[in-house]
Write a protein that binds this ligand. Structure first.
Ligand SMILES: Cc1cc2nc3c(=O)[nH]c(=O)nc-3n(C[C@H](O)[C@H](O)[C@H](O)COP(=O)(O)OP(=O)(O)OC[C@H]3O[C@@H](n4cnc5c(N)ncnc54)[C@H](O)[C@@H]3O)c2cc1C
Ligand code: SF4
Length: 495
């Protein structure tokens, strides 16, 4: 089906991290060598990263400090190696967090605390979290959420070395005969065409818009778009595989103490399960082996992460009551008395505990970005056309994990437990695009980064390399810091 749509992302200064929830899991060493560990999967374009977790580890540590990540390290079977503890203690938790710990223990699971890019203590000119409940999809009024804006841009602007041109849209990166970038062309906030020259250019418009800009930036040396002489730009677009699940706690069926605990708002649940980051379950492995699907020599499959959460903000909860569906699936707006009753029921009679499953979205030829030859944006430039195809492997893994999440909800005594895994991705979690092998190694050597092309590829790595089961905000931040470091070293000061 062809759809013109709005994507769930942050097209603003500071980008999508303004609106993120700040779940800040790291990748694990295994994520960097998926092909060599789990082998080929028919229909998927899996490659190992040319860099390892250990090479990136110092940058993870740096990002956690700069962004302000709160958390607690606990030993568990899939804990990735860390050179340091989290820089801030965990943010406040709800009573249900300890219920999850106990329920997990009782069925042999290991519930782990979730690192959050949220300051639990004031620091770096930012306030600590005010527990407003508006993390996901909203900006943060306290500055506690470690968005690109709060954590990096505000400091960069204050240094006097950074100018932001808001409401501008870059439409072309121009190159000369030799393929060297000569200028970046953009529309300013009143729609005038402008251009800018620099020593170093960084392309970081997220997966879809980066692809679109590169594909639109043709030149003598790059007839099919900048960096696209191998036809890889826009290919292997990735989302997060997985889905969601939920269970209800009906207040009237609980003790007053438990019901009151569930009614608390503000703090976080901050619990995840990673027991099946690698799946050792022989029944599942045999099922996957039949389709020769990603099984290591010693019989493991790649799994993922399950995060638990309440939908804290009342707007999202209220909106869930906005529509009613009849037997033919026709929607009807709920309003007046009926809406009042629905809202009262929603907020006073039960609470829904949710989980989200994150597993790999395999790169395939059926998921990619190209330029639309019919639809244009307000400036008359072709919009990005996104083809979303998924691999059945991802659904099988997602469903396996969702059943584990359901089992935990059941151990907690939740009612109406259900889950849903699909190939329709959440568009806020996406990465893609360019072949990582083009990045010089070691990527963090300032010497290797002196050419502009290298820098571009470096940043494109953000969009290219994740086939991983966890969130990916760390990587944009890591690359931003990397750029910062390269610039500092080159110029002797921060820029
Ligand atoms: C509601 C929500 C919740 C999320 N929760 C989490 C979470 O809990 N944990 C997690 O790790 N991740 C989360 N994410 C995902 C995470 O925020 C993104 O993956 C990450 O911020 C992407 O970074 P980026 O630098 O690639 O792109 P972005 O942050 O989207 O930055 C792209 C920037 O480029 C600009 N741009 C685009 N095109 C042009 C152009 N042509 N000219 C000029 N500028 C342009 C955009 O305006 C934007 O500022 C969430 C995202 C959303 C929306
Ligand atoms: S103050 Fe609100 S939006 Fe900001 S980090 Fe805390 S809960 Fe999230």
């Amino acid at each position: 089906m062809n759809q013109v749509g709005v994507w769930w992302n942050g097209n603003v200064v500071g980008g999508s991290s303004n609106f993120m929830s700040g779940y800040f899991h790291r990748l694990k060493p295994i994520d960097f060598r998926l092909k060599s560990e789990f082998g080929e999967i028919s229909g998927a374009n899996i490659v190992d990263w040319p860099i390892s977790y250990s090479e990136l580890e110092p940058y993870y540590a740096m990002v956690e400090k700069e962004v302000g990540v709160s958390g607690r390290v606990v030993e568990h079977p899939h804990q990735e190696p860390r050179s340091s503890n989290f820089p801030y203690p965990p943010v406040a938790e709800l009573p249900v967090s300890s219920w999850i710990d106990k329920a997990a223990d009782s069925i042999g699971y290991h519930a782990i605390p979730v690192p959050r890019a949220i300051l639990s203590q004031p620091d770096m000119g930012r306030k600590s979290c005010e527990y407003s409940g508006y993390c996901s999809s909203y900006g943060c009024s306290s500055g506690a959420k470690g968005s690109g804006r709060a954590a990096l841009l505000n400091h960069a602007v204050a240094s006097g070395n950074c100018t932001i041109k808001p409401n501008s849209k870059v439409y072309k990166i121009a190159t000369d005969k030799a393929g060297k970038i000569t200028s970046v062309h953009y529309y300013d906030q009143v729609g005038r065409k402008q251009q800018v020259q620099a020593k170093i250019y960084v392309v970081a418009c997220q997966a879809v818009e980066t692809s679109r800009l590169l594909l639109a930036s043709t030149g003598e040396k790059f007839p099919n778009g900048l960096a696209n002489n191998n036809g890889q730009v826009g290919k292997n677009l990735l989302f997060s595989g997985g889905g969601t699940g939920q269970g209800d706690f009906i207040f009237s069926e609980l003790s007053e103490e438990k019901a009151n605990a569930l009614k608390q708002v503000g703090p976080f649940i901050n619990r995840a399960l990673q027991d099946w980051y690698q799946i050792n379950d022989q029944q599942f492995v045999q099922q996957m082996s039949k389709s020769n699907s990603g099984i290591s020599q010693d019989g493991r499959a790649k799994g993922g992460t399950i995060d638990f959460l309440f939908h804290q903000n009342p707007i999202a909860r209220a909106r869930g009551n906005q529509w009613q569906y009849d037997e033919n699936d026709n929607e009807k707006l709920v309003w007046g008395e009926q809406l009042k009753h629905a809202l009262k029921h929603e907020f006073t009679s039960y609470k829904t505990l949710r989980f989200e499953v994150f597993n790999d979205w395999l790169p395939t030829d059926d998921c990619y970005v190209s330029l639309d030859d019919e639809v244009t944006d307000q400036w008359g430039d072709p919009v990005a056309k996104v083809r979303i195809g998924y691999h059945n492997h991802d659904l099988a893994v997602g469903e396996y994990l969702a059943k584990k999440g359901e089992k935990l909800l059941s151990a907690l005594g939740a009612k109406n437990i259900s889950s849903s895994v699909s190939g329709a991705p959440s568009t806020n979690l996406m990465v893609a695009v360019v072949v990582l092998a083009m990045i010089p190694k070691p990527l963090y050597s300032t010497k290797t980064a002196k050419h502009m092309k290298s820098i571009i590829f470096l940043l494109l790595m953000v969009h290219s390399c994740q086939r991983a089961a966890v969130y990916r905000t760390h990587l944009p931040f890591m690359l931003m810091l990397l750029e910062w470091q390269i610039l500092s070293n080159q110029n002797g000061k921060n820029q």
